[in-house]
Design a protein around this ligand. Structure first.
Ligand SMILES: Cc1[nH+]cc(COP(=O)(O)O)c(/C=N/[C@@H](CC(=O)O)C(=O)O)c1O
Length: 395
């Protein structure tokens, strides 16, 4: 009956992470998957999140099905975090927000929604982008294409605008709100403002993916793209994740918001999102969402969380500097400044797939084959090893 089913080639990121877990070699280093590891190489349980979880468990609330759109306290907390409780768009009910299953779930629900209601629209993805973006949209039957994003180690902003300026009206433009995956290269504030103007002029539909809020310049600072689009007044979609900034990967905390021209349209959009959810997974899980909502809705826990995110961000910056320093010594004459200029969890090393293979096979250092390095996997104990391995494959 299933003889015709082809084998799954595996996901370039998740399969690599699985291979790392099975690798028996001592001293192996995981710089592949976008996960924050602490100085001991462990995935931290944040104190603010642990405290929130204790409060959730102590409530011992019943666990009925959540509404299709998720828990009300989660949805309002997300709107307060991303848009501000006092923003006129929030007060006017112009934003439809659903609790998803990670931001991946939000992306999938949005993809089904766009396929149903924007049937002729293509989705423009940055080149390069997160490996799973194309699969999510094409899995919903949407044709994808790309806009230039990265050239010679920097943002190709002119190339990006040139392509988007010719995109048909109502095309969807997927943008990384901060900490671009895989390049670590972001638009500056002036470029976001210029882009927002073009998107509105060309009647394009922006779709922000905010997976690393807090890892760029800060939880509030990393909302600049969101605020810019909000101030520009046009519609846009926004998928956000609590996997990385709450270190809650497996709890699948995430949301999808759609900013609409008025409350009546927001209500209709919310209804169609609920329909897409019902026919995908029916409703989201309770526990992780309530932990997230408790952190966001409890002022002292929110303040503690903000400090913990700052500490994770600061440690990554320290690792960027440490690797830059050691590599510059080991490989004089080669420019590694990209480790200092790129932001968030990732750096785009420019290593070839063959060099990445050599890092893994000969040195047990795992990067994604695109040359992407998750800098959050570095620590004081392994930074020399990684630099030595990179120097070896660069010779
Ligand atoms: C840009 C982006 N968007 C969404 C996600 C999914 O997040 P979540 O909320 O957990 O569903 C990830 C995960 N990226 C890392 C892990 C993965 O590939 O799934 C990564 O790039 O390594 C992203 O990098």
């Amino acid at each position: 009956m299933f003889a015709h089913i082809p084998p799954y080639a595996g996901d370039p990121i998740l399969s690599l992470n699985e291979a790392f877990q099975k690798d028996p070699r001592e001293g192996k280093v995981n710089l592949s998957i976008g996960i924050y590891f602490d100085e001991d190489g462990k995935i931290p349980a944040l104190a603010s999140v642990r405290a929130a979880e204790k409060l959730v468990v102590e409530k011992a609330a019943a666990r009925p099905y959540l509404p299709m759109e998720g828990a009300a306290n989660f949805r309002s907390a997300v709107q307060n975090l991303l848009f501000g409780a006092d923003h006129p768009a929030v007060r006017a009910g112009r934003i439809a927000t659903i609790q998803g299953v990670g931001s991946s779930g939000g992306l999938k629900v949005a993809a089904d929604f766009l396929h149903a209601h924007f049937p002729t629209s293509k989705v423009f993805l940055s080149n390069p982008t997160w490996d799973n973006h194309r699969a999510v949209f094409e899995g919903s039957g949407i044709e994808t294409t790309t806009y230039p994003y990265y050239k010679d180690g920097a943002l190709d902003f002119d190339g990006m605008l040139e392509v988007l300026d010719k995109a048909p009206a109502r095309s969807v433009v997927l943008l990384h709100a901060c900490c671009h995956n895989p390049t670590g290269v972001d638009l500056n504030r002036g470029q976001w403002q210029r882009l927002a103007q073009l998107l509105n002029e060309r009647e394009l539909l922006p779709f922000l993916d905010l997976a690393y809020q807090g890892y760029g310049d800060g939880l509030d600072e990393d909302l600049f793209a969101v605020k810019t689009l909000l101030d520009a007044g046009g519609p846009f979609l926004l998928a956000n994740s609590f996997s990385k900034n709450m270190s809650l990967y497996g709890e699948r905390g995430g949301a999808l918001s759609v900013v609409c021209p008025d409350a009546a349209q927001a209500d209709k959009v919310l209804g169609q999102l609920k329909f897409m959810i019902r026919r995908n997974y029916s409703n989201p899980p309770t526990h992780g969402g309530q932990v997230v909502a408790t952190v966001l809705n409890t002022p002292e826990l929110y303040a503690q969380w903000k400090d913990e995110v700052a500490a994770m961000r600061t440690r990554i910056l320290a690792m960027r500097s440490a690797l830059h320093e050691v590599l510059s010594t080991k490989v004089p004459g080669r420019n590694f400044d990209y480790f200092l200029s790129q932001r968030g969890m990732f750096s785009y090393t420019g290593l070839s797939p063959e060099q990445v293979d050599a890092l893994k096979n000969e040195h047990a250092v795992y990067l994604v084959r695109s040359g992407r390095m998750c800098v959050a996997g570095l620590n004081r104990r392994n930074v020399e090893v990684v630099a030595g391995a990179m120097a070896a494959v660069l010779r």
